[in-house]
Design a protein around this ligand. Structure first.
Ligand SMILES: *Cc1c(COP(=O)(O)O)cnc(C)c1O
Length: 239
């Protein structure tokens, strides 16, 4: 109920960004952290360029798209300085384009895509920052590496020259009640801590990307340092 209420009273993009930041700050304080410790990725899928620019003018520093094709059609009109993240599943035949368009790929979920991103990035003289997507909810409809395989998977891609693993990402269980998603976030935090303690060469466990509009406060309470928010900033995407 609370979530629907918040969406129903949504304001301008500027007001929404302010309100999201103040909620991030409150959630962070509960864990004794500052809002500066948390990155906000503004998810702009289906949002038109004008409104994306409006958000950039309000100071947002990172945008996220989930489809390469859509990003391609919008990014050449976005000349403002902003970091661009791919948050959606990537097919190997789009890896080259993705490496050209994005600064960060949050959705590495197979050896094959890791190798292809690395190969394409190397050809362009780049090293691509990536996160490994973990399927913490166990839902078959979700992409991502099984939690039990996270360590061996990351070890197996850590030497690829064209990528740098900088953390992990998950899309938690979809639910009206963020408490039901909390166990997914706890699970990813435990994986993140374990990976960190392994000190895998060439891997920097820095980002724990979890939490969307309906559950980001719970994600931050569980240790997230990167939240991905679309609806909470731009309103519902149209049904
Ligand atoms: C769409 C999307 C988001 C943002 O979802 P909202 O509920 O609109 O905040 C975050 N992460 C991924 C991977 C997405 O595809």
């Amino acid at each position: 109920m609370a979530i629907f209420y918040k969406i129903a009273i949504m304001g301008s993009v500027e007001e929404n960004i302010k309100s999201i930041w103040s909620r991030i700050e409150k959630a962070a304080e509960k864990r004794g952290r500052n809002k500066e410790d948390i990155k906000l990725v503004t998810v702009t899928k289906t949002v038109e360029v004008e409104r994306i620019k409006e958000a950039i003018n309000c100071g947002i520093e990172i945008i996220g798209e989930n489809r390469v094709q859509e990003a391609e059609s919008k990014f050449d009109k976005i000349t403002e300085k902003v970091e661009k993240h791919l948050v959606g599943h990537l097919q190997t035949n789009k890896a080259k384009k993705a490496v050209e368009l994005f600064d960060f790929i949050q959705s590495v979920d197979s050896q094959r895509i890791a190798q292809e991103i690395s190969r394409r990035a190397s050809q362009m003289g780049k090293v691509m920052d990536v996160l490994v997507e973990i399927n913490t909810s166990g839902e078959e409809t979700k992409f991502g590496i099984n939690p039990e395989e996270a360590l061996s998977f990351i070890k197996s891609i850590s030497d690829l020259p064209g990528i740098k693993v900088r953390g992990v990402m998950t899309i938690g269980l979809f639910s009206d009640n963020p408490e039901e998603t909390r166990p997914c976030f706890k699970k990813l935090k435990a994986i993140f801590d374990q990976l960190k303690s392994e000190n895998i060469p060439h891997v920097e466990m820095k980002y724990l990307s979890m939490g969307m509009t309906s559950d980001f406060e719970v994600a931050i309470q569980e240790g997230s340092n990167m939240v991905r928010i679309g609806t909470g900033i731009f309103g519902p995407r149209g049904l």
